[in-house]
Design a protein around this ligand. Structure first.
Ligand code: PDD
Length: 285
């Protein structure tokens, strides 16, 4: 089946889905994005993803003229046209096409909107969750506003590639004080030896993950103990469990950090429980 992409008002064959060379996303990474999980052909937590999109757009002063109700229709139509059952839908908004100049273009410049969707291999994802993943730690080289879901992802790209080259699935980024901020494309969590779940507060130092918010709801519903505070790499090494959360992978147990086994070296029971409970606390639309 051939894939279809939505590009500025049109559904195009994926291979012909192009943006202009002077799109500000291409020239300056001047744009924002969202990735939502698709499950049973429904969007998971669309409301919260669109609320975060609105915030990212506001922070960068990009004015998407399309109403969010219409954007929602485009998301669902792109999913339908690509026959996505279990996978992801991706949307990107940039400040539009204009002659290259760093400052904002004329106010009437229309933002660009692109939406794609694809199936992911469910059994492969499940196997990965059952096995657990390895992470490495690296210096966090990103800018001070990573709470905005910007398409400017070069430090994340380099971190993910470094992880891959070292046989790991994810890189955990570490601030100048030795605290873990988050993964290159996921939020980072540990469970201490006395069973407390720890994750960094969602200030400007991390992206306020939607999956993170759902997991916080699951933790509250199950009456588990939570500490929202920064944790160090040393604490992560000594943790009983570790895991990451993101829309594309939900809750993924971490079994090795910098080559050292976490806990007994197998996915932990809390991470596994949070993964199983996740969709009971998510919204579907
Ligand atoms: N990444 N932190 C970073 C840096 C991320 O890129 C992501 C998501 C998250 C988790 O956010 P959420 O739970 O809302 O997916 C945290 C997406 C999936 C990506 O870039 O593909």
């Amino acid at each position: 089946m051939s894939r279809v992409a939505y590009v500025n008002g049109r559904y195009l064959p994926h291979r012909n889905a192009m943006v202009h060379v002077e799109d500000r996303g291409y020239q300056f990474s001047d744009g924002v994005y969202e990735v939502c999980e698709v499950r049973d052909a429904k969007v998971v937590d669309e409301r919260r993803h669109l609320a975060r999109l609105r915030r990212s757009l506001d922070e960068l002063r990009i004015r998407l003229t399309m109403p969010f109700s219409a954007l929602s229709i485009v998301l669902h139509e792109t999913i339908r046209r690509n026959r996505v059952r279990d996978g992801i839908v991706y949307l990107q908004v940039t400040r539009g096409v204009a002659r290259r100049d760093h400052a904002f273009p004329a106010p009437q410049t229309a933002p660009s909107l692109v939406v794609t969707a694809r199936n992911l291999d469910g059994s492969k994802r499940e196997k990965e969750a059952q096995q657990g993943i390895s992470v490495i730690t690296l210096a966090d080289l990103r800018w001070a506003r990573v709470d905005i879901k910007s398409i400017a992802l070069l430090p994340n790209v380099l971190a993910k590639q470094a992880a891959r080259e070292q046989g790991a699935r994810e890189a955990w980024l570490v601030d100048s004080k030795g605290f873990v901020t988050e993964g290159s494309s996921a939020n980072a969590w540990i469970v201490t030896s006395d069973g407390k779940i720890v994750t960094r507060p969602a200030d400007h130092g991390i992206l306020r993950g939607i999956s993170r918010a759902v997991v916080l709801d699951v933790i509250a519903a199950l009456g588990l103990e939570l500490e929202e505070r920064p944790f160090t790499v040393a604490e992560a090494y000594a943790a009983r469990e570790a895991f990451v959360t993101a829309a594309s992978q939900i809750v993924l147990p971490v079994i090795r950090i910098d080559g050292r086994a976490v806990g007994n070296g197998h996915p932990g029971s809390i991470a596994t429980t949070l993964r199983h409970e996740f969709h009971r606390h998510a919204e579907f639309s």
